[in-house]
Design a protein around this ligand. Structure first.
Ligand SMILES: *[C@@H]1O[C@H](CO)[C@@H](O)[C@H](O)[C@H]1NC(C)=O
Ligand SMILES: *[C@@H]1O[C@H](CO)[C@@H](O)[C@H](O)[C@H]1NC(C)=O
Ligand SMILES: *[C@@H]1O[C@H](CO)[C@@H](O)[C@H](O)[C@H]1NC(C)=O
Ligand SMILES: *[C@@H]1O[C@H](CO)[C@@H](O)[C@H](O)[C@H]1NC(C)=O
Ligand SMILES: *[C@@H]1O[C@H](CO)[C@@H](O)[C@H](O)[C@H]1NC(C)=O
Ligand SMILES: *[C@@H]1O[C@H](CO)[C@@H](O)[C@H](O)[C@H]1NC(C)=O
Ligand SMILES: [Ca+2]
Ligand SMILES: [Zn+2]
Length: 601
């Protein structure tokens, strides 16, 4: 694709945005660029996320420095972005880069007169032959005249404005990606100079990145770092806890956690606190200590008594600690490593930022019937809040429902791996929906135990309802689950949109397992050729390829490209057929289904 085409495409994309905001009947396009939500009591706020241009290149294309064997990843990425976009030196800077097992990734930010543009980002991926395989960009091609780069409103006033609008307190934070002075491109095509900082509320669990106009003093935009889960109330049908506890011996995977789960390189613990996770109640020192020497944590949960008894609380903290660590180890095997912005206290001299293990609050109060994840940039702890559910008496503890815990952890994986560790690239309504879909799909993936492709239901235990918390089971049967790509147009809530994506991924999974079989060791051995192993590789590999605020179409393209990078495209037709079976075929666009596949498939 030529330089000129890239320009045209980007221009057309921004035109669509412009029309979308003036033509209400074309409103569904706004799914991919906007998000309207209640951020704090009474504060309904619409944020703008420019469309990303995204292109994948199959076997790869050359970048300008391909003949220079000593060119670094950063230099190669910069040279490629300069060759595609009309930029002057200093207009693009690399903010993160790393080497994964099937590709190398670099993430860039546009700068105007030395000031970064918060929502103008780009990503470039290279395969093992150093060819470019994916390029995403929301860079501005025609830069509007920027307002002065010198604030007229001082940062203390900006903080006061955001604190009162968002109902929280400023969090001092030195993360360079989410603080300081930045430009923000707004939906009307103009640039604003903003003070950027974080505001949180410990009572409500809210945590925002706020952008306050440094000339007008108005709150202009926010990044909501919290991914919420909402559990719908469904008719209650009595059901016993069906899956019993087991004494699991040495579950840690030393390839992923070289010092085990209770050692961060400096401190060795005998509690539910370690390098990857801290499970606590109320205050972070309120952890569960081993019940016997040598890291034995045996606490028997009694479903007949309230979840808050000491033994039940200990069982909850131990299970949450086990699940978060186990998922750390599994995701690490498939590429969610230190360099890929994962969550660990000590990074054992690998790249990326440490001091960001996941802290898990169990039996969070006040509140019931919920669970959520707060994902912030690499180097800041991930936080899970798990609540009690009051659908039954006694109530049930979401820390004891693994699909809920895995769903929440997966928000951390997808937020960190999309866009280079910033945790700010799943913010549009559509991208937020994809996020919910990946979380359900990951929960499903971890629960398979054979090649059988049963329908999958999430959240059945805590709600005591076999239908769970979604509108339909995930299914290969279109009568059981009729959701298709076009369903997204009528949906305006992230979990509802997520159901469409999770059901598409359920069908991709089914096709891969039917074609390649099932591995019993997929959780610890990513080297297999079986369908469930292939599925998880493509799941994880696609995340760092896709652009900031991806659409369904972008996310699909990233899976197809991930298959080229890792398997030389061996699953191309299988994947296209599975996507096309739910409307996401070759010509799918703007929430219009298409069932076609590439010629030759
Ligand atoms: C590439 O850029 C990143 C982010 O600015 C930086 O941390 C890293 O050190 C750079 N790598 C090289 C080899 O210069
Ligand atoms: C946090 O939210 C609660 C509930 O909305 C509110 O009462 C409290 O004032 C907020 N805290 C701050 C620091 O604004
Ligand atoms: C700490 O845990 C105990 C039970 O072990 C609980 O009663 C107490 O409320 C917790 N403390 C806080 C501050 O939540
Ligand atoms: C856990 O470690 C602490 C601190 O090293 C020690 O005092 C305590 O006895 C240990 N607890 C058990 C049950 O081994
Ligand atoms: C704990 O470890 C010590 C040292 O390895 C060993 O001597 C002891 O038998 C172990 N205790 C248990 C209960 O396994
Ligand atoms: C990390 O590097 C330091 C300094 O080179 C070294 O002392 C330490 O042993 C290394 N740690 C690990 C876990 O490799
Ligand atoms: Ca990290
Ligand atoms: Zn969620």
């Amino acid at each position: 694709m030529s330089f000129r085409d890239a320009l045209t495409l980007i221009y057309v994309a921004s035109l669509c945005v412009h029309f979308a905001s003036s033509l209400p009947w074309h409103g569904s396009v706004r799914h991919s660029t906007h998000r309207r939500r209640e951020l704090a009591k009474g504060l309904i706020f619409e944020t703008y996320h420019p469309i990303s241009f995204f292109e994948t290149f199959g076997p790869g294309v050359d970048h300008p420095l391909f003949k220079r064997s000593d060119a670094t990843l950063n230099e190669s990425a910069l040279s490629f972005v300069h060759s595609k976009l009309d930029l002057k030196p200093g207009d693009a800077l690399v903010h993160a880069s790393y080497e994964g097992s099937s590709a190398r990734y670099a993430y860039l930010r546009q700068h105007i007169q030395g000031i970064p543009v918060a929502n103008a980002v780009a990503n470039v991926a290279f395969n093992k032959d150093s060819k470019v395989v994916a390029f995403g960009s929301s860079f501005l091609q025609q830069v509007p005249k920027p307002p002065s780069g010198i604030p007229t409103i001082d940062v203390q006033n900006a903080i006061k404005t955001a604190e009162s609008a968002l109902g929280g307190r400023h969090v001092p934070d030195n993360h360079p990606d989410s603080s300081g002075i930045q430009y923000v491109l707004q939906g009307d095509g103009t640039l604003a100079l903003t003070h950027v900082f974080q505001v949180s509320n410990e009572t409500t669990g809210a945590w925002f990145e706020a952008f306050v106009d440094a000339h007008s003093g108005k709150l202009l935009s926010v990044t909501d770092y919290v991914a919420h889960a909402t559990y719908r109330a469904l008719p209650i049908q009595k059901q016993d806890l069906t899956e019993g506890f087991e004494d699991i011996v040495d579950p840690e995977d030393m390839a992923s956690s070289p010092l085990g789960w209770h050692n961060d390189g400096k401190t060795v613990s005998n509690t539910t606190a370690g390098n990857n996770a801290l499970a606590y109640k109320g205050v972070q020192t309120n952890v569960t200590t081993e019940s016997q020497d040598n890291l034995t944590f045996i606490y028997t949960q009694d479903t007949a008594t309230v979840p808050t008894t000491t033994a039940n609380l200990d069982a909850a903290r131990v299970n949450a600690f086990y699940v978060v660590n186990k998922m750390h180890d599994v995701a690490y095997r498939y590429g969610f490593t230190e360099a890929a912005f994962n969550f660990q206290t000590d990074n054992f001299n690998h790249s990326g930022r440490g001091n960001d293990r996941i802290i898990v609050s169990v039996q969070t109060t006040p509140g019931t019937d919920n669970a959520y994840f707060t994902a912030q940039p690499d180097g800041v702890n991930g936080q899970i809040h798990l609540y009690l559910f009051d659908y039954t008496s006694p109530g049930r503890d979401s820390a004891l429902e693994n699909d809920i815990v895995v769903h929440e952890i997966t928000h951390g994986i997808t937020n960190r791996m999309t866009g280079g560790g910033t945790a700010s690239c799943l913010q549009s309504l559509e991208a937020g929906g994809l996020g919910e879909g990946w979380s359900d799909a990951m929960a499903e993936w971890t629960e398979h135990s054979s090649a059988d492709i049963a329908d999958y239901v999430l959240g059945a235990y805590v709600t005591n309802n076999p239908a769970g918390v979604r509108t339909h089971p995930y299914s290969t049967n279109t009568a059981t689950n009729p959701l298709r790509y076009s369903s997204v147009a009528a949906l305006d809530e992230v979990h509802a949109i997520g159901e469409v994506w999770a059901n598409i991924l359920h069908n991709v999974y089914a096709a891969l397992v039917q074609a390649h079989g099932y591995s019993q060791t997929a959780l610890t051995d990513p080297s297999g050729t079986e369908g469930n192993v292939v599925f998880m590789h493509l799941f994880i590999d696609a995340l760092p390829l896709q652009p900031c605020n991806p659409t369904f179409v972008n996310a699909r393209d990233a899976w197809i490209q991930a298959d080229v990078n890792r398997y030389a495209g061996a699953n191309k037709c299988l994947l296209w057929k599975a996507f096309a079976s739910r409307g996401l075929g070759v010509s799918a666009a703007d929430y219009a289904d298409d069932s076609s596949v590439p010629t030759g498939c």
